[in-house]
Design a protein around this ligand. Structure first.
Ligand code: AMP
Length: 280
């Protein structure tokens, strides 16, 4: 497994793969890797000749009062997971390598970035779109793999790739969950045992909505009220949003007539968690 710490090293590995006629699959991450990341790596390994993972805690996607400084970092553990997963190359750039002095360009998809999490994390998705655009230019993958766990991020990256004619296929991969339903997340490490117990309410709320839709409920307002009740019943949680939206435009859907996305963002103690499920 090759370790690339500079942009030039990464470009060199990708160029050599291309010369050898190998397709490149790419999994961008912020590290603290878990089975959710591993599922993306598996997909890249299955479909592509060269599997590349990037590990970069991107400062421009964190707000001033967010968890950039304390975000979990475990390079040795991450590299072990990559090695075990059969990754061919890992790109571990420094902040200075990604944002040299004077870096000023931003990529923005305002119509999608202003919704859902964007309301509570202003600027977050500009940071995401910018760093992913840069990574795609550096790694030059044929396919890039993203988790449906971050459904808004996935919608924004798809739109960015389409709007900028990026020569890459964006592949969405299913959410990997704990046995009790909690979506795997690097931020789950922040939860105390009591908070971990409370966090079950998020996926439970989504499952409740899904069952109600299967039983014939179509009114989003009633489904949202039901999900909100499941979360508030679980105790000390602060809700950012409980929404039902179109998965591509992220616009609110008053009724679930076609495929809809139920999406939730909740604070459990000091930890902000997101999750979603398709309905209908
Ligand atoms: P992160 O390291 O949190 O930036 O995530 C890197 C990639 O892994 C993103 O495309 C995420 O959507 C994806 N991911 C994170 N958690 C999960 C999960 N539980 N299941 C599937 N994909 C995930």
């Amino acid at each position: 497994m090759e370790l690339c710490r500079t942009v030039d090293e990464m470009r060199g590995v990708s160029a050599a793969a291309r010369r050898a006629g190998r397709e490149i699959g790419f999994v961008p991450t912020m590290g603290a890797l878990h089975a959710g990341h591993a599922s993306l790596i598996d997909a890249a390994r299955r479909d592509d000749g060269l599997a590349v993972v990037s590990i970069f805690v991107n400062p421009t996607q964190f707000g001033p009062n967010e968890d950039y400084a304390r975000y979990p970092r475990d390079e040795a553990g991450d590299l072990a997971l990559c090695r075990a997963g059969g990754v061919d190359a890992v790109f571990l750039p420094t902040v200075e390598a990604m944002y040299p002095p004077g870096a000023a360009t931003r990529v923005s998809v305002p119509s999608l970035a202003g919704r859902l999490c964007g309301v509570f994390r202003p600027g977050h998705f500009d940071g995401v779109a910018t760093v992913v655009a840069k990574l795609l230019h550096i790694v030059t993958p044929d396919r890039a793999y993203f988790g449906e766990k971050d459904a808004q991020q996935l919608a924004i990256i798809r739109r960015m790739a389409r709007d900028l004619d990026l020569p890459v296929r964006i592949v969405g991969c299913p959410i990997i969950r704990e046995p009790d339903g909690l979506a795997l997340s690097s931020r789950n490490a922040y939860l105390s045992p009591a908070e971990r117990e409370q966090a079950r309410c998020i996926s439970a709320a989504l499952r409740t909505a899904r069952s109600s839709v299967s039983a014939g409920e179509r009114e989003s307002s009633r489904l949202i009220a039901e999900m909100t009740r499941v979360i508030t019943d679980a105790g000390a949680c602060r809700i950012d949003y409980v929404s039902i939206v179109d998965p591509d435009s992220l616009e609110d859907m008053p009724r679930v007539e076609s495929r809809a996305l139920a999406a939730i963002a909740v604070h459990i103690g000091r930890t902000r968690l997101i999750d979603n499920m398709t309905l209908g």
